[in-house]
Structure formats: structure tokens, C-alpha cells
Design a protein around this ligand. Structure first.
Ligand SMILES: *Cc1c(COP(=O)(O)O)cnc(C)c1O
Length: 383
């Protein structure tokens, strides 16, 4: 049975990125099997979360861990942990956060997901500008209302922000915890403990449904035991502000299976395979003329994986990057590729199932050939 065909929904070959709007990631057999097994009996959810979290903490070399419904939920819960904490008197006054209700964030780190922090009622205090931030700006922003500093990890956002170790040093000198949004910062798997154990951030948040290959609606919080316990206090199955972000038993064991699998993978071999695919793409698509293809690194989320950037000379091809994307999306099979400016697209190997890399090249060639032929008829010039 093809459940998507039954619904009249088209499948997508995803050469774009691990995007929630495309389904996040695909789950491998052990993850699916764990979820299926979990779906077959009742269990005490507090006991299950505690057991899964203890395993996850051990596997990721962290003091503590907690399964949530995604990194955005993780941002919400870690903010609750740093503002309200586990103080029952303050929890009774929610949604009033009390006296510590400010979260400091670099201007260069303002991303759409900081909405999840604001959802708690906390106020964002922005430091620096898009281009640069000085240590004194962080110092000056810290005051009695400061609950935490939120740091968005990633090479692509590093410009304009202070380095994380410096942020941790300054924040800790004032007794302020640091939350790292590391949602898409895998690979490398070592990042699961690098931000917290190695650099000293108090909490880090990861998406379960991105490179980890866990359930799409899962996320992982790791870090300091007292703060992670506070995250749990605000979360389902308790009836508190985090309850709408309920984590199912299937997600809990699914994420655990995904982390176990992820840590056991040969990541060097995996990246070598990506390099091979990208080299093949560059070879197959660069025509030295109207269509140029090259290796691009790191990827759009600053991860150390290669992708291919394909630039079009629209005057020669009669096709813009946006038109090529549309054509691939409308084609059969439907192929999703990333936009890269007006006249380029980028394609990535890390979201593809084995063999799909060839389908992607074929689809792009078909789309270009189609346009070239039409263009030839129209103007006599060639690509
Ligand atoms: C994907 C992402 C999120 C949201 O993660 P979900 O697991 O989809 O909730 C938050 N922050 C960053 C930087 C992300 O890339």
C-alpha cells in the first residue's frame, strides 16, 4: 500500500535539506521498529522519560538529557527552565515568569525559531549588530532580570557573534546560564557533547528529526542536571505550559534508537560517500558554458558536509534558478532542490536514499534540455 498515493499526495525526492516542510528526515529500520514496539503497550510515562533520558545522557556524555518534541520545543522548555526553574511557587503564578524574564541573544543570531523563546513570555534582549558584537555589550546587557544567554550554533551564523567559549565565560562570571540552539549541528556526532561538556554551555538543544534520523516530532535537550530536571517539570505529562508539546512513548524510544544508531555510524565513510556523489554531480552537470557546477562547503546550516552548487547563465540557458527549481518540483519524480540566489540552485546528497543521486541528475538534465530546445527554437542561440 502506498499511503501517500492513497491520499493523492506526491512523494518528494529531497535534494534540498532536512526541512520540516519536506518531512524532516527518514527513519531507519531500527528506529521504526523501536517506535512500533513502543506503540504496543501502556507504560508509566514519567518512568519511561527518566529511563530513556538516563540512557541518552550516558550515550551523549552529558550530565542529563530530556526528550522533547523538537528543537523549537527544546528552546521553549530550556527558556522555562532558566526563567522559572522548578520553583513551585513561581510555577503556580504562570504565565507570570517572575523577576528573571530576559534572554540575551546576539543580533546576528536572530532566527525565526526565537519565536519559541518569546512564546514563554520571556523578552529577548539583543546585543551587537549583524556585523559585530563586543564583549562589553554582553556584559552591559546582563542584569538582575537576565535568565539566560541563547546562542545559536553554526558556522553560517558565527560572523557578527562572539565565540561561544567567550560567551560562556562572561555569562558564568555573572551566574547566568547559556543555552545553545544546536538544532541542525549534526554531524559531527561529537557536537552532542562538545557545546556542553567541552565548551561549558549549560544546555544544548538538538532536533531529532534532522541528521539524527529520529522521529520528525522529536528533539533532545542535554546539559546540567538541575536545569534539565526543570525542563521536565514544565513538560508533558505534567499539565503545565509545556503540555501542548506532548512527547509520545514512540518518540522517546524512537529518538533513543536513533541516537544509538547515529553514534554507531561510520561518519567518515558517510562523508566520503557524499564527496563522491558531489564529484559525480559536478562532472555530470558542468558543461563549462551556460551551466556551471561546483562543490560547495560547508552546507547551508554550517555543517561539514559537501553539496553541489549549480549556477545558470540565464542569458544562455533561458532558465533562471527559480524556474529550474519550479520545473524540478513540478516534474515526475518531484525533486526538491535548494535556492541559491537568483541564478543558482544547490543540491545535497545527505538527504537522499541510495540511487536517488542519479534520479536527481537525470531530472536536472531533463529540465535543462527541455529548456534549451525551447530556447533554441525561440532565438537560435544555444546553451
Ligand atoms: C530546525 C531548527 C530549529 C527547529 O527544530 P525543530 O526540531 O524542527 O523544532 C531550531 N533552530 C534551528 C537553528 C534549526 O535549524
Amino acid at each position: 500500500m502506498d499511503i501517500y498515493a492513497d491520499l493523492g499526495v506526491r512523494r518528494v525526492i529531497n535534494a534540498d535539506a532536512r526541512l520540516t516542510r519536506l518531512g524532516g528526515s527518514l527513519m531507519a529500520e531500527p528506529v521504526r521498529a523501536a517506535m512500533d514496539a513502543a506503540a504496543r503497550s501502556y507504560v508509566d510515562m514519567f518512568e519511561l522519560q527518566a529511563a530513556v533520558s538516563a540512557r541518552l545522557a550516558e550515550l551523549t556524555n552529558n550530565e542529563a538529557a530530556h526528550v522533547c518534541t523538537g528543537a523549537a520545543a527544546g528552546l521553549f522548555l530550556t527558556t522555562m527552565a532558566c526563567t522559572v526553574g522548578s520553583d513551585m511557587r513561581q510555577i503556580a503564578r504562570l504565565p507570570d515568569l517572575g523577576d528573571r524574564d530576559e534572554v540575551i541573544i546576539h543580533c546576528a543570531h536572530r532566527i525565526p525559531y526565537d519565536m519559541a523563546v518569546r512564546l514563554t513570555g520571556a523578552r529577548l534582549v539583543t546585543i551587537g549588530n549583524v556585523l559585530q558584537t563586543s564583549p562589553w555589550e554582553l556584559e552591559a546587557a546582563i542584569g538582575p532580570r537576565t535568565a539566560a544567554v541563547l546562542y545559536i550554533a553554526g558556522e553560517h551564523l558565527a560572523r557578527g557573534a562572539l565565540p561561544l567559549p567567550e560567551v560562556v565565560m562572561i555569562a558564568h562570571a555573572h551566574g547566568v546560564p547559556v543555552i545553545v540552539d544546536a538544532a541542525a549541528q549534526l554531524p559531527p556526532p561529537e557536537n552532542l557533547w562538545r557545546f556542553t561538556r567541552d565548551i561549558g554551555a549549560d544546555l544544548a538543544v538538538f532536533s531529532g528529526g534532522k541528521d539524527m534520523g529520529g522521529p520528525q516530532a522529536s528533539g533532545l535537550i542535554v546539559g546540567r542536571a538541575d536545569l534539565v530536571a526543570a525542563c521536565a517539570a514544565h513538560c508533558s505529562p505534567n499539565q503545565r505550559l509545556g503540555r501542548p508539546m506532548k512527547v509520545g512513548k514512540e518518540e522517546m524510544v524512537g529518538l533513543l534508537a536513533a541516537v544509538e544508531r547515529y553514534l554507531g555510524m561510520d561518519h567518515a565513510a558517510r562523508i566520503a560517500r557524499f564527496e563522491q556523489i558531489v564529484a559525480g554531480w559536478v562532472d555530470a552537470l558542468d558543461d563549462g558554458d551556460g551551466v556551471r557546477a561546483r562543490r560547495d562547503f560547508p552546507n547551508e546550516a554550517g555543517q561539514p558536509t559537501p553539496r553541489a552548487l549549480i549556477s545558470l547563465d540565464t542569458a544562455r540557458c533561458g532558465l533562471s534558478g527559480a524556474e529550474l527549481r519550479e520545473r524540478l518540483w513540478g516534474g515526475d519524480p518531484r525533486v526538491a532542490v535548494a535556492a541559491a540566489g537568483a541564478d543558482a540552485i544547490s543540491i545535497t546528497p545527505d538527504t537522499l536514499e541510495p540511487g536517488e543521486e542519479l534520479l536527481v541528475v537525470e531530472a536536472i538534465r531533463r529540465a535543462l534540455a527541455q529548456e534549451t530546445a525551447r530556447f533554441r527554437l525561440a532565438s537560435g542561440s544555444a546553451c
